[in-house]
Ligand binder design. Structure first.
Ligand SMILES: Nc1ncnc2c1ncn2[C@@H]1O[C@H](COP(=O)(O)OP(=O)(O)OP(=O)(O)O)[C@@H](O)[C@H]1O
Ligand SMILES: [Mg+2]
Length: 226
């Protein structure tokens, strides 16, 4: 449903080289590589927020994307409630000032329960822990009803139990028919939860089943020292 055939320069620096990738419907893919490997740049191409300096990104017609950037811009000290942040997930559909229908409210409650935040609707987001905040972002993402989810390091400030909870949630979403691409630094968790992996360091070092390529120490070394 998404195919990339591209290279990208920032100034004189060739940040992505000869990238040829296809993501099929229902696939769940980890993007793995060292700092500066071009992972976020690649995800921006997937999300359509950055155009490659050479080549193309093709998305099947009618496919809806949702993108969670690496550093969330939302100020966690802003005086806004859990309910209002998650309700932002509806904005694309209803606009900022329209009221939520009862169906929307039920879906909102369902999304909060799904991520384990039930009962916290009226709390200000400033009281949430880092892990709870990430759960909130996942609930909002689910409400966007996208087919293709593009997640840049959604687990970077999250402890292992919460990361595993959220990965299990993503596995459920795959079963519901979604397609997911995520950057992740925890290799053992990627191997366990995410069927496909791409090792990236400016170019694609390897791609294939996580259980094969993430076990291959020589490949990992190649990606991390290249
Ligand atoms: N807008 C930009 N202008 C110029 N250079 C950029 C820009 N964005 C990224 N770069 C450079 O491109 C390279 C790849 O950056 P990118 O953010 O894609 O890496 P990354 O793999 O996501 O790293 P990290 O693990 O630290 O998030 C880096 O050298 C970075 O400095
Ligand atoms: Mg990045």
């Amino acid at each position: 449903m998404l195919s990339l055939s591209l290279s990208h320069m920032f100034g004189d620096t060739n940040v992505l080289r000869d990238i040829n990738l296809n993501f099929s419907k229902g696939s769940f893919t980890a993007i793995i590589g060292p700092n500066g490997a071009g992972k976020s740049t690649l995800l921006k191409m997937c999300a359509g927020v950055l155009k490659p300096s050479q080549g193309t990104v093709k998305l099947k017609a009618g496919i809806k994307r949702a993108y969670l950037p690496q550093h969330n811009q939302l100020d966690r000290h802003f005086p806004i409630s859990v309910h209002d942040v998650i309700a932002m997930g509806f904005w694309p559909k209803i606009g900022l000032y329209n009221r939520l229908t009862q169906i929307d409210k039920n879906r909102l409650a369902h999304a909060l329960a799904m991520v384990g935040l039930e009962g916290l609707e009226d709390s200000p987001i400033s009281v949430l822990s880092g892990g709870q905040f990430q759960r909130l972002l996942f609930a909002r993402l689910w409400l966007q009803e996208a087919d293709l989810l593009i997640l840049d390091e959604p687990f970077s400030a999250v402890d292992q139990p919460t990361t595993e909870d959220l990965l299990a949630l993503l596995q459920n979403w795959i079963l519901e028919g979604k397609t997911i691409i995520t950057v992740i630094h925890q290799l053992p968790l990627a191997e366990h939860y995410i069927p496909q992996s791409i090792l990236l360091n400016r170019s694609v070092i390897a791609k294939g089943p996580s259980k094969e390529i993430l076990k291959d120490a020589a490949l990992i070394r190649k990606a991390y020292v290249a």
